[in-house]
Design a protein around this ligand. Structure first.
Ligand SMILES: Cc1ncc(COP(=O)(O)O)c(C=O)c1O
Length: 347
């Protein structure tokens, strides 16, 4: 007899964005990484930590980065938990709030990892569908299960749900509302103020995108202290290693560098958007570090392949709701110029 839980036996593994070997020298615009290197202060902090101290366990409470995050976001440290990538905290939120058979909800399409996490937990999945004109086909507040994930700004389309909508949703849900703000640093507003007003609202953030640290795996959640305390019980006790703690602290403390990089990416995004529109693409206005764009013939895969043949990697989704378009991460201005020239050639 196979003792494996049936939900694990039956589920498909999550497929992360393709990471080609460095030797293939792609322009890599498929996983929303930041084209800028991490702050020089981050590199120095990692180098300083990469010594004999590595024989010792890290600080289990991640006190230094937690304090740095508390200063940046304007919350007391008990409102914040550090995580091994925001993926870890998304996982722990489901483990904390949805037992086997209980409902986990999210907007479809959005971040597909919520599905994997719900399947691991053996939870029931309830999606609220987006229509082609980016409206929710039914009210998100019709979800009455345990935990609802709202990716805001939305991925992969890049638009933002308005804050009054989120405020109202938090009031109407019986369960927890998680606002996954992986891309909020590239947008005009965020939900942090709403966290103070609702005892069921948690915001998740990552240092993977706006702080150029995807390779270090650092994320966090900001939420009411009772929820943060519960998440603290179930995390891996040494979830951030010493290098990650040093990197996170230095990155959060170097706000000048952070603001410079985000400003450049936002400017490149707006310039690229107008160039794509000139080429005849439909482009959804974005609050993120990527653009979802639809070529004139609505054949996203043809353009993906044309770019791939020219060593430019963007994201094409086979989901029927997304296959007409492409998600292009905002790289450096030079990378985007090469990409535009390739798009003109592909036609
Ligand atoms: C919407 C969204 N949430 C969370 C994540 C995961 O981020 P992290 O690298 O912090 O695990 C991603 C990564 O692409 C994402 O797109």
């Amino acid at each position: 007899m196979n003792p494996m839980r049936p939900n694990i036996a039956e589920m498909a593994a999550y497929v992360p964005g393709f990471q080609p070997p460095e030797s293939q020298r792609f322009i890599k615009l498929n996983t929303n990484e930041n084209p800028f290197p991490p702050s020089p202060k981050v590199i120095a902090a990692i180098q300083a930590e990469a010594g004999a101290n590595l024989r010792k366990y890290p600080d289990a409470k991640s006190a230094a980065p937690r304090l740095a995050a508390a200063e940046v976001y304007g919350f007391d440290p008990e409102w914040i938990i550090m995580a091994n990538g925001s993926d870890e905290v998304l996982n722990n939120l489901i483990r904390c709030f949805a037992a086997e058979g209980e409902e986990v909800g999210y907007v479809h399409p959005s971040y597909s990892y919520y599905l994997t996490l719900a399947q691991i937990q053996g939870a029931k999945i309830r999606t609220i569908q987006l229509s082609p004109d980016l409206e929710l086909k039914e009210p998100a507040s019709s979800f009455q299960g345990k935990i609802f994930f709202l990716t805001n700004p939305h991925a992969p389309f890049g638009f933002s749900f308005p804050l009054p909508f989120i405020d109202d949703l938090a009031c109407r849900l019986k369960g927890i509302l998680v606002v996954d703000e992986a891309y909020a640093d590239f947008g005009d507003e965020n939900s942090l103020e709403l966290v103070r007003r609702h005892d069921n609202l948690v915001v998740t953030r990552t240092l993977s995108k706006s702080y150029s640290l995807a390779g270090m795996r650092i994320g966090l959640a900001i939420g009411p202290p009772p929820i943060i305390a519960a998440l603290d019980k179930i995390r891996d006790h040494y979830n951030l290693d010493r290098l990650a703690q040093a990197a996170a602290t230095a990155a959060l403390q170097d706000q000048d560098y952070f603001r410079f990089c985000v400003g450049q990416i936002r400017a490149t995004r707006e310039w690229l958007r107008s160039e794509l529109v000139t080429l005849g693409y439909e482009v959804i206005p974005s609050q993120t570090n990527f653009l979802f764009c639809i070529p004139p013939d609505r054949d996203g895969h043809r353009i993906y392949q044309g770019l791939y043949d020219r060593r430019i990697l963007v994201r094409h989704f086979s989901d029927p709701f997304l296959q007409h378009g492409l998600r292009i991460s905002i790289g450096s201005r030079e990378e985007m110029e090469v990409t535009l020239a390739a798009l003109r050639e592909i036609g």
